[in-house]
Design a protein around this ligand. Structure first.
Ligand code: GLN
Length: 574
């Protein structure tokens, strides 16, 4: 049976057959290749980092790549998820609230993604149930196999058609063996069968334990994890071993023996200083070449493109590895113990550090106990401060104290979303004299609600769907610091995720005392960037510039902050 016969048979949806695989229009089997990345042993191993680094290498060879993340949970999007449990909620330009891994893909691929790149079980089941209600299953009983799995495959193939990708990278959330992800793995088994030889490649990420009491690396958990994938009909082509230290030859051999994967394709993905070193490590291990070979893609590579691409990337990595300066940026936050909840922010700092050959240290500041009296002590070793996005009242007063300190002591300040709103409150209270200024998010009945719920959002009820979300244009006021940072651009597009905004009735008061709103929405009185002209760097954005910062195109707002922090540090040491 050749590929065409196979496609014919899987397309057959008559009631005489058990096959059910609708294929989107314009789809040609064998043109697009798939790399499927799944995890074993435990979650949180960095499947997204592995997948996006490999995708980055293939993209660098001139191939078109499109990632998709398949989440097991029933939520339709990540909007209502607590970042403390799941890492930050990443927002795409089209307003999709999704898993933080999408941020990793966007950064490594320098590519804007859409809702087509993110699927949850909630979306899959909803689509199947809606189809069932429309009678599209033609009287059949609707089953996990073949109907739900068909929906999964259809999404991948639709992405392939829409993106015209050479390679679709599929990342499956959770781990092999999780009850909720089982049907995704089964769908991938079917996909490999239907697409045929050299068209689907499986990567199993696993974890090598090194118990301190034993002092050596142990591979049993990894072996058992991979065995589980084999039991589900998936033979991995590549095994990536996460470990604290480089995985020894002996352990790689052991894994190879137990899994039918050649040792050259058992890759040690041990801890390193920056995730941006992973592509280089993979390249050294020739993983990219192996993938090109296994998927029969070698003819599609463009060596000229690859040389130029790699040189630029290498320069960025070299600058991260050998910084000439260092600064410390204080970050206030509610989720102080979980770095994942601020992943994009930390990445944006790393990107600007790369541009300025500076190691940016971050100092987490829990603001719940900070007051005007002890703030100087808390910020003593910081060269700059960021108040990032947040929700609710916890630590709000402490954040305001930090902002006041930064404003009065000319410490570089960057406020992101909530940090923008807090800066307005601080200014209203301490400069405009509106002592009871606040946001209605914190104090519903305050006298001066300088930050209030957006009129457009007031109409929408319920917590799930009332945020102003996604990419919006900002009109930038000429001659301001924002305009300078943006190289004179008149508009900039950034991403938003907020429910509250500056109440325009306070604009006159705030502006008359010196606060400058240097960015506004083009068609509504929504303030989006603020700054203080008599301060070295005091900038707030209602938007989230950290979401669109990229390794080789760092956010100018972060670059500006780090530059100002460097200047402050240098002036102190002179
Ligand atoms: N809580 C604020 C709002 O809803 C800020 C949101 C944020 O920081 N992302 O407007």
């Amino acid at each position: 049976m050749d590929a065409t016969d196979l496609l014919f048979s899987v397309r057959d949806t008559s009631d005489e057959t058990e096959f059910y695989t609708p294929v989107p229009e314009g789809y040609t089997t064998g043109r697009v290749k798939y790399v499927v990345v799944m995890g074993t042993v435990m979650s949180g191993l960095g499947k997204g980092i592995f997948s996006s680094s490999l995708a980055r290498l293939l993209q660098g060879k001139g191939l078109r790549v499109a990632p998709i993340k398949l989440e097991g949970y029933l939520n339709v999007d990540s909007g209502t998820l607590n970042p403390f449990r799941h890492g930050e909620v990443f927002v795409l330009d089209d307003g999709m609230e999704c898993d933080m891994d999408l941020g990793t893909y966007e950064r490594l691929l320098d590519q804007d993604l859409t809702r087509d790149n993110f699927t949850t079980s909630g979306q899959i089941y909803s689509a199947v149930l809606e189809r069932e209600r429309r009678g599209e299953y033609l009287g059949r009983d609707v089953q996990m196999i073949p109907h739900v799995t068909a929906e999964v495959k259809n999404r991948l193939r639709t992405l392939a058609v829409k993106s015209r990708a050479d390679v679709v990278f599929v990342e499956i959330g959770g781990t092999v063996g999780d009850f909720e992800n089982g049907y995704y793995i089964e769908a991938m088994r079917q996909l490999a069968y239907e697409e045929g030889q050299q068209n689907v490649l499986f990567v199993a990420l696993t974890f090598i334990l090194e118990p301190p009491t034993l002092g050596e690396q142990k591979s049993k958990a990894a072996q058992l994890g991979i065995k589980q994938a084999l039991q589900m009909g998936i033979q991995p082509h590549i095994i990536a071993c996460r470990a604290q230290r480089e995985v020894t030859d002996k352990v790689r051999e052991k894994i190879s023996v137990y899994t039918n994967v050649p040792k050259a394709r058992v890759f040690s993905m041990h801890d390193c200083e920056s995730i941006y070193l992973i592509p280089s490590r993979m390249r050294e291990a020739q993983l990219d070449q192996q993938v090109m070979h296994l998927l029969n893609l070698t003819d599609r590579a463009n060596p000229g493109v690859e040389r130029r691409d790699w040189a630029a990337w290498q320069r960025f990595v070299d600058r991260i590895l050998a910084p000439k300066h260092e600064v410390t940026v204080g970050i206030t936050g509610k989720y102080t113990s979980v770095r994942d909840s601020y992943a994009s922010l930390l990445m944006a700092l790393e990107h600007s550090g790369g541009a300025l050959e500076t190691k940016v240290h971050s100092k987490w500041i829990d603001t719940t106990n900070i007051t005007d009296e002890n703030v100087a002590e808390a910020l003593a070793d910081c060269d700059a401060i960021i108040v990032p996005g947040g929700f609710g009242s916890r630590g709000a007063e402490g954040k305001i104290s930090c902002i006041r300190y930064a404003r009065e002591n000319k410490m570089p300040y960057l406020g992101l979303c909530y940090g923008f709103q807090m800066a307005v409150i601080e200014f209203a209270r301490n400069v405009c004299g509106l002592k009871d200024a606040n946001t209605t998010e914190v104090a519903h009945d305050c006298r001066d609600a300088v930050i209030d719920i957006l009129p457009e959002q007031k109409k929408i009820e319920g917590l799930g769907g009332n945020m102003r979300l996604g990419g919006r244009d900002i009109e930038v006021k000429p001659g301001t610091l924002a305009a300078k940072l943006l190289g004179g651009a008149k508009t900039v597009r950034l991403r938003f995720r907020h429910r509250y905004e500056v109440d325009p009735k306070y604009l006159e008061c705030l502006e008359s005392k010196g606060l400058v709103f240097s960015g506004k929405a083009p068609d509504q009185p929504i303030m989006q960037i603020l700054e203080l002209p008599d301060h070295p760097f005091f900038v707030g954005l209602q938007a989230h510039p950290e979401l669109t910062s990229r390794p080789l195109r760092p956010s100018p707002f972060f670059v500006g902050l780090v530059q100002a922090a460097l200047a402050r540090r240098e002036s102190k040491t002179k």
